[in-house]
Write a protein that binds this ligand. Structure first.
Ligand code: ATP
Length: 215
């Protein structure tokens, strides 16, 4: 059975979180102070309710303490985001993820009870920048300063070689996570797998070593 997730704030970020989780089989309660936004998502989540999440009584009436996870997707109204996070913590929500717009905002969210803080605009900016600096990098996940996981289009010099011949970890200092062949994802691929044009490598390592793989 899916999880029970509460999503507060149905802007672009919150609505995308709510629709995706519902599509993946979770029970999603979506809340916004704006009734039009609530109506527009009503058919794509389990329950959609118009409420002011800065009001602890309104949240308690909705039984938010029973939810496994709450996502606070209010960004630009910093005061509402902080009060909502605090209210959810006090109502007994087990795991709270909150969206921040500045590092100061993030610090306050952690102090009032957020278990995880995300910066969607900043994180997307980092990913897009990495895919621009190396055209072969299709997607990028930041692991911390100077390290990441990248999806890399197979460089032409690798076509026709086996993983054994490439010596990715020894010569390129990269850890291979998967090879993607069309719709097929090969986790822990065999060392004798021969690579073909169009294959995608999912590799982890230093940014400089990842960028060195570009064609
Ligand atoms: P996005 O970038 O995700 O589109 P945004 O930055 O444009 O969002 P925000 O100000 O972060 O917009 O607000 C996101 C949503 O949170 C809005 O739909 C807003 O109506 C809702 N919201 C703001 N305050 C409250 C509140 N007190 N209770 C419930 N929802 C709220």
């Amino acid at each position: 059975m899916g999880k029970q997730v509460l999503v507060v704030g149905l802007g672009r970020f919150g609505a995308a979180v709510a629709r995706t989780l519902y599509g993946m089989g979770d029970e999603v309660l979506a809340i916004d102070i704006d009734s039009q936004l609530v109506q527009s998502i009503a058919d794509e989540v389990s329950h959609a309710v118009t409420a002011d999440a800065t009001d602890p009584d309104a949240l308690r009436q909705l039984g938010v303490g029973d939810f496994d996870t709450a996502v606070v997707a209010i960004g630009s109204n910093v005061q509402a985001s902080i009060l909502t996070t605090l209210n959810l913590r006090e109502c007994g929500c087990r795991y709270i993820i909150a969206k921040a717009v500045t590092t100061q905002h993030a610090k306050i969210l952690e102090r009032v009870g957020a278990d995880r803080v995300v910066f969607p605009e900043y994180e997307t900016g980092v990913r897009v920048a990495h895919t621009l600096t190396a055209r072969a990098v299709l997607d990028y996940l930041d692991l911390g300063p100077g390290y990441g996981i990248a999806e890399i289009r197979l460089p032409s010099s690798f076509v026709g070689k086996t993983l054994d011949e490439l010596e990715l970890s020894e010569r390129h200092k990269l850890t291979l996570i998967a090879v993607v062949r069309g719709n097929e994802v090969l986790l822990h691929p065999r060392r004798d797998l021969r690579l073909a044009a169009g294959n995608i490598l999912v590799v982890a390592g230093r940014d400089s070593d990842l960028e060195a793989l570009r064609d």
